[in-house]
Ligand binder design. Sequence first.
Ligand code: AMP
Length: 392
Amino acid sequence: VTAILTLNAGSSSLKLGLYDDRCRPLASGLVDRIGPQATLRLRDSAGFDLALPQGGVLTHAEALQTALRGLDAAFPELRIVAVGHRVVHGGMEFAGPTAIDTTVLSRIADLVPFAPLHQPHNIAGIDAAMRAFPDALQVACFDTAFHRGHTFAQTAYALPGAYFDKGVRRYGFHGLSYQSIAETLSATAPHLSRVVVAHLGNGASLCALYDGRSVSSTMGFTALDGLPMGTRPGQIDPGVLLYMLQQEGLTAAEVSDLLYRRSGLLGLSGLSPDMRVLEAAGSDAAERTISYFTTRIRREIAALAADLGGIDGIVFTAGIGENSARIRAEVCAGLTWLGAALDPARNDLAKRVISAEGSAIELRVIPTDEEGVIAKSTRAALGMHPQGPSRG
Ligand code: AMP
């Protein structure tokens, strides 16, 4: 089987997707908790489901090798011709999927200071795949690229211009997810011109789409800004950070840990970063946290509607957006003034369209497919580089 592999390397996980040469999904895999307690799960569309018992998988390279052994068993004739990688940061330079040669790889490495907690894992995934498939085309698909067309006002911070020139800008993230939604919208709801997409997962952000193009995003220089998330605070007065550094004497590493790992839904609730746990808890702290989350989402949806000069639709996606009828209902309940009328029964069933007849805004639930976007971009790159990129 001629196949395309997609890799999404996180801090302690590796997600794999296997696609045939027409980008139809063949199998998917997840190596979770890379380390002494790692778990591996592989599934294919025909019902093949392989879970490996816990075993030490200490590095991304080992994770990839372990997963590939499992895939080899299921697809003995497998020939992987290209590997597509999710890369968090593409900086100012990368505005679309890019075939990786040594020059591109070093430019991706130059962006590590912009995303120190994510980019190194992406690079580890690329290194592992280059070693496993030295003859395959490697393609980088950037989470920032979809937002590269933003205006100056959506891109700059009001800092001295030298910072803008150095790349201290609003980049926006979750771009592969938004591209997936934009493609689905263009195929199924082309009448919607001004759409706010709510990607509500463990990470959360909003994107304003005008005719399928990104106009603005709630995320900025890093994936910390905007909405509250599982463990990240979202929008915060930078003066709070100065206070922590200057008055409380926290180190930069401690502030980073606080912002990336201990805030958001977890920090507010003192209970869990996981929305399912919070919904089930029913405690005052959990309810207050949920209310904080939906309040901020409503506020930012209105802000993005202003960027679009009006709004025709809202799309909910990712773990919470696709699965939590309650969160969708509470967000929409506060947006009736904007013309949103939810159909409660359709919402409970997570229908594709969850707005009521006659709602001025169409409300939709669309599953995101980031791996599918990576696979299609990789196949397109393969068409342009059938023999692989020139070795730089
Ligand atoms: P993601 O990062 O897209 O995988 O989303 C993870 C988030 O989705 C977690 O906060 C989960 O608790 C949440 N989630 C998944 N399923 C549900 C559900 N049925 N109800 C509420 N939240 C859910």
